[in-house]
Design a protein around this ligand. Sequence first.
Ligand SMILES: [Zn+2]
Length: 157
Amino acid sequence: MNQDEYFLRAAIQLAREGMTTGQGGPFGAVIVRNGEIVGQGCNRVTSTNDPTAHAEVVAIRDACQKLGTFQLEGCTLYASCEPCPMCLGAIYWARPSRIVYGAFHSDAGRAGFDDQFIYEELDKPREQRHIPMHQLLHEEADAVFTEWIAFENRIHY
Ligand SMILES: [Zn+2]
């Protein structure tokens, strides 16, 4: 069997199991390196009261814990559904080499998981977004970056 299909099916199965065991929405993710699963997860938003506990984020945390790293170079992330904007951001920060997904985000939208709204928000200017954003204390906040640049124990990522 095609390796990508094999691991994507594992992610789809996690989505189904997470749903039927009451952990959260029907989403699963698996992270693979060198043909081996190094992290996995299903959506746990409702069971852990954590709106960020999407399958991809849970799997990234699992893989990074197991591998003892904050970067997932050389890994492939398999997601039962196309990642939402939050997960896509988390995936870019974790830097796996590839993403393989099953359902489209429009399929999730049909099931009531509408991340299209967030995509539209990202395209809007800050002042037109649904949640108001107020900018204050620029100089004081920006000073931390100057300190970071000079910080000797800085770990680049
Ligand atoms: Zn997500």
